[in-house]
Design a protein around this ligand. Structure first.
Ligand SMILES: Nc1nc2c(ncn2[C@@H]2O[C@H](COP(=O)(O)OP(=O)(O)OP(=O)(O)O)[C@@H](O)[C@H]2O)c(=O)[nH]1
Ligand SMILES: [Mg+2]
Ligand SMILES: [Zn+2]
Length: 318
C-alpha cells in the first residue's frame, strides 16, 4: 500500500480527552491530534473541536486509528468564555451556519437574557440565529401566549422561531425544515431538551437524556461531550452540553450593539457618537424602545450585558 493511501481528510465528530473521533467516509476513526505546545492555554488554542475539517494519516494499514496533522480554518464557530482560561474563549464547535438556542417553555423556566446572550454569540461567531422553545406540550393557553410574546421580537428581527415538543412531535417538521441541509448547533440551558430533540429528529442509537431536578428545576448536565450528528436529509446538528450561565468576556463593550441588529440599524442616530445606550441624553436606541419600535426587554438585556462587559474590561485593565 502506498503512503498516500494512508492519508485521510475528514470531519471531527466528537472529542474525548486527547482523542478526536474523525468521520472519514462513513467510518469513525479515533485520532490523536498533534499537540505542539503543552502550556494549557496554547493547548486549548490548538485543540480540535466537533465540526473541524481535518487532514491526517492512518497509523497503519488497518485504518483503525490516525493522527491529525492539519485543521482547516474555521468558518462559523460557537465559542464561549472559559473560566479555566481566565477570560479567553473556548471554541465548542466549528463550521456551523446556524445556532439554534433551545429553551424549555417550562422546566427549566425560560431565562430571557440567555436567549439574547446566545443571539450575540451567534453574531460574534458568524452564525445565523434561531430560537426553539421546546416542551411546548407542558404549556397551557396562558403560557403559550407568554411564549408567543417572548418570541415576537425575534420574529420581527427575521430570526426563525419554532415551538416544539420532543415528546408529542409538535413542531418537529418546522425544526426539521429549519435544519435541513445546513450545519447547526443546538445550545441552551441544561434540561431544555436538546438531546431529546436530536433523538426525535434522527434514527439510530439515542443520546442520553435525563430528567430535570424536581427541587431546583434545573437540568442536571447530562450531555458532557459535544457531538456532531448527521441528519437523514443532509446537513448535521451538533448537540452541546447545557450552560448555566453565559458570560461574553471575549467581547469589547463597544462592539456589543453592532451584534444586535435593531441597535446596529440605529447607529449614528444618537446625539453622542460613542453613545453606550445606557442613559445618555439624545439616545436614539432608548427613544426607539420608549416608542415600542424595538423591544424594551432586549434593550434591558443589552444594558445589563454592556455593564458586565465594561466591568470585565476594567478588571482586566483593557
Ligand atoms: N414534556 C417534555 N419533556 C421533554 C421534552 N424534551 C425533553 N424533555 C425531557 O426533559 C428532560 C431533559 O432533556 P434532555 O434532552 O436531557 O435535555 P438537554 O437539553 O439535552 O440537557 P443537557 O444535556 O443537560 O444540556 C428529559 O427528562 C426529557 O425527557 C418535551 O418536548 N416535552
Ligand atoms: Mg443533552
Ligand atoms: Zn444611544
Amino acid at each position: 500500500m502506498s503512503a498516500d493511501r494512508l492519508e485521510f481528510q475528514g470531519v471531527v465528530v466528537r472529542v474525548h480527552g486527547l482523542t478526536a473521533v474523525v468521520e472519514v467516509a462513513d467510518r469513525e476513526v479515533p485520532c490523536t491530534a498533534r499537540v505542539r505546545d503543552r502550556r494549557p492555554a496554547r493547548r486549548e488554542h490548538s485543540r480540535v473541536v466537533a465540526g473541524d475539517r481535518v487532514a491526517g494519516h492512518f497509523l497503519d494499514e488497518s485504518l483503525e486509528a490516525g493522527v491529525i496533522e492539519r485543521v482547516e480554518p474555521r468558518r462559523g464557530r460557537l465559542a464561549r468564555a472559559s473560566n479555566r482560561l481566565r477570560g479567553r474563549e473556548q471554541v465548542v464547535a466549528a463550521n456551523v451556519d446556524l445556532l439554534v438556542c433551545v429553551v424549555a417553555a417550562l422546566d427549566p423556566p425560560i431565562e430571557p437574557h440567555l436567549i439574547d446572550r446566545f443571539q450575540v454569540i451567534a453574531a460574534q461567531g458568524g452564525m445565523g440565529f434561531a430560537l426553539c422553545v421546546n416542551k411546548i406540550d407542558l404549556a397551557g393557553a396562558a403560557l403559550r401566549g407568554e411564549v408567543q410574546s417572548l418570541a415576537d421580537p425575534y420574529r420581527a428581527l427575521g430570526f426563525p422561531v419554532v415551538l416544539t415538543s420532543a415528546l408529542t412531535g409538535e413542531g418537529l417538521d418546522d425544526l426539521r425544515a429549519l435544519l435541513a441541509g445546513r450545519a447547526s448547533v443546538l445550545a441552551g440551558p441544561s434540561g431544555a431538551g436538546k438531546s431529546s430533540l436530536v433523538n426525535a429528529l434522527r434514527p439510530g442509537p439515542p443520546l442520553a437524556t435525563a430528567e430535570v431536578n424536581r427541587k431546583s428545576r434545573e437540568g442536571v448536565h447530562t450531555t458532557t461531550v459535544t457531538r456532531l450528528l448527521r441528519l437523514a436529509g443532509g446537513g448535521h446538528i451538533v448537540d452541546t452540553p447545557g450552560v448555566r450561565d453565559l458570560a461574553l468576556s471575549a467581547l469589547a463593550p463597544g462592539d456589543l450593539a453592532g451584534l444586535m441588529p435593531e441597535f446596529a440599524a440605529l447607529r449614528g442616530g444618537c446625539r453622542f457618537k460613542d453613545c453606550a445606550h445606557l442613559a445618555e441624553p439624545g439616545c436614539a436606541v432608548i427613544a426607539a424602545a420608549g416608542r415600542g419600535e424595538i423591544s424594551p426587554q432586549r434593550l434591558g438585556h443589552y444594558q445589563f450585558i454592556r455593564r458586565e462587559l465594561e466591568a470585565a474590561a476594567r478588571a482586566s485593565g483593557w
